[in-house]
Design a protein around this ligand. Structure first.
Ligand code: AMP
Ligand code: TRP
Length: 334
C-alpha cells in the first residue's frame, strides 16, 4: 500500500537531537522507502502561537528547510514547503474548529504545559493549535504521521475531528483517519541536564541539548558534562527505568547502534559512565557533525532554499486547495 506521509516541524531555531531521533531521522527512512509519498512542512503558523521575532522568522524557516535537506530529505522525492504559503491550511483550520469541541481541547496537555500557570495570558492560537495541526494532516489525505511521543494526543484529536466531520456530514471516509507513527524507543529524548524534562528548543540552558549545528567540540563537551548519577552501570531494564539520566544516555546510544536496550546493557556491562560518554560522543560526532556542516553550507544559498520552498508550496497548494474546496462544498458553503 502507498502510504501518504505528512509531518511538520516548527521553525523556532535550535533543532536538536530529540527532533532528529524522534522525528526527522524517521522522515528520511520513510522517504527512502520508495512506496511512500512524503510531505514535510515547516509549520510557521504554529510557531507564531508564541511571539516570534519578525526579523528571525524567515531565517528560521530556511534553517528548518535546510535541516530537512541536510538530514537526507530529498526535494525531488518529497514535498518540502512552509505552511503559511498554502492558505488552505488556515481556511480548513477555521472550518474544523467549528467541528471541534472545547472539551476536547481542554484535555490537551501540551497547552497546559506551554501556557503555564497563567492560562488567561496564553494566546488563542496556542489553544487552537491542535486544530491547525489537524487541518495540516487532513488536507493531504494523510495515512501516516511520524512524530515524537509528545504529539500523540494531538493526533488522537485529529482522528476525532476527522471522524466527527465524516459523521456530521454523512461522508464516510471523506476525511482520512490517520495513523500515528511513533517509534517505541527514542520517541522522547530527555534533557542532558535533567532526565525528567524533555530535550527542548526552549530550554534556557544550551548545555541541555545537542543542537544539530553543534561543532565537534561542543558535542564532546556537552556529553562530558551530561548529568549521570552516583551508582554503577545498570544491569537490567527495570533498574534503568528508575534512573532517568542514565536511561536517556543509553537510549541515545542504542538509537545509533540500532540495538534494543537489553543488548546495549549487555554490551555496556562493566563499563564506566565515562566510557559510555566517550562512545556516545564518537557516534554523535560521526553522525551529527556532518549534518551541521551541511546545514551551514545550505544556509549560504538563500535563493536555493527559497526556491525549494516555492516549488514545494506550488505542489502542496494543488493538493490542499482541491481538498478545501471539497470540504466547503460538503458543508454547503459553495
Ligand atoms: P517541534 O520542534 O516541537 O516542532 O517538534 C518537531 C518534531 O520533533 C515533533 O515530531 C516532535 O514530536 C519531535 N520532538 C521534539 N522534541 C523531542 C524530543 N525531546 N524527543 C523526541 N522527539 C521530539
Ligand atoms: N505540533 C507539531 C510539533 O510541535 C508540529 C506539527 C504541526 C505537525 N503540524 C503537524 C506534526 C502535522 C505532524 C503533522 O511537533
Amino acid at each position: 500500500m502507498t502510504k501518504k506521509i505528512f509531518s511538520g516541524v516548527q521553525p523556532t531555531g535550535n533543532l536538536h537531537l530529540g527532533n532528529y531521533l524522534g522525528a526527522i531521522k524517521n522522515f528520511t527512512k520513510l522517504q527512502n522507502d520508495n512506496k511512500n509519498n512524503c510531505i514535510f512542512c515547516v509549520v510557521d503558523l504554529h510557531s507564531i502561537t508564541v511571539y516570534q521575532d519578525p526579523k528571525l522568522l524567515k531565517k528560521n524557516v530556511r534553517e528548518t528547510a535546510a535541516t530537512f535537506i541536510a538530514c537526507g530529505i530529498d526535494p525531488s522525492k518529497s514535498i518540502i514547503f512552509n505552511q503559511s504559503s498554502v492558505p488552505a491550511h488556515s481556511e480548513a483550520a477555521w472550518i474544523l474548529g467549528c467541528i471541534s469541541r472545547m472539551g476536547w481541547l481542554n484535555r490537551m496537555t501540551q497547552f497546559k504545559e506551554k501556557a503555564g500557570k497563567d492560562k488567561e495570558k496564553a494566546s488563542i492560537g496556542l489553544y487552537v493549535y491542535p486544530i491547525l495541526m489537524a487541518a495540516d494532516i487532513l488536507l493531504y489525505d494523510t495515512t501516516h504521521v511520524p512524530v515524537g511521543n509528545d504529539q500523540k494526543q494531538h493526533l488522537e484529536l485529529c482522528r476525532d475531528i476527522a471522524q466527527k466531520f465524516n459523521n456530521d456530514f454523512d461522508k464516510k471516509d471523506f476525511l482520512k483517519v490517520p495513523e500515528p507513527l511513533i517509534q517505541e524507543n527514542f520517541s522522547r529524548i530527555m534533557s542532558l541536564k535533567n532526565g525528567l524534562n524533555k530535550m527542548s528548543k526552549s530550554d534556557p540552558s544550551d548545555a541541555s541539548r545537542i543542537n544539530l549545528t553543534d561543532t565537534r567540540d561542543q558535542i564532546i563537551n556537552k556529553i562530558k558534562k551530561a548529568k549521570t548519577d552516583n551508582s554503577f552501570m545498570p544491569e537490567s531494564i527495570i533498574e534503568l527505568k528508575n534512573r532517568p539520566e542514565i536511561n536517556n544516555l543509553i537510549e541515545i546510544y542504542s538509537s545509533f547502534t540500532d540495538e534494543d536496550l537489553e543488548k546495549s546493557l549487555k554490551n555496556l556491562s562493566g563499563k564506566s559512565f565515562s566510557d559510555l560518554k566517550n562512545l556516545i560522543s564518537e557516534i554523535l560526532v560521526e553522525e551529527i557533525e556532518p549534518i551541521g556542516k551541511k546545514i551551514n553550507e545550505l544556509l549560504k544559498d538563500k535563493d536555493y532554499l527559497d526556491n525549494i520552498l516555492l516549488e514545494g508550496s506550488v505542489k502542496a497548494n494543488n493538493i490542499a486547495d482541491k481538498k478545501v474546496q471539497e470540504i466547503k462544498k460538503i458543508i454547503g458553503l459553495t
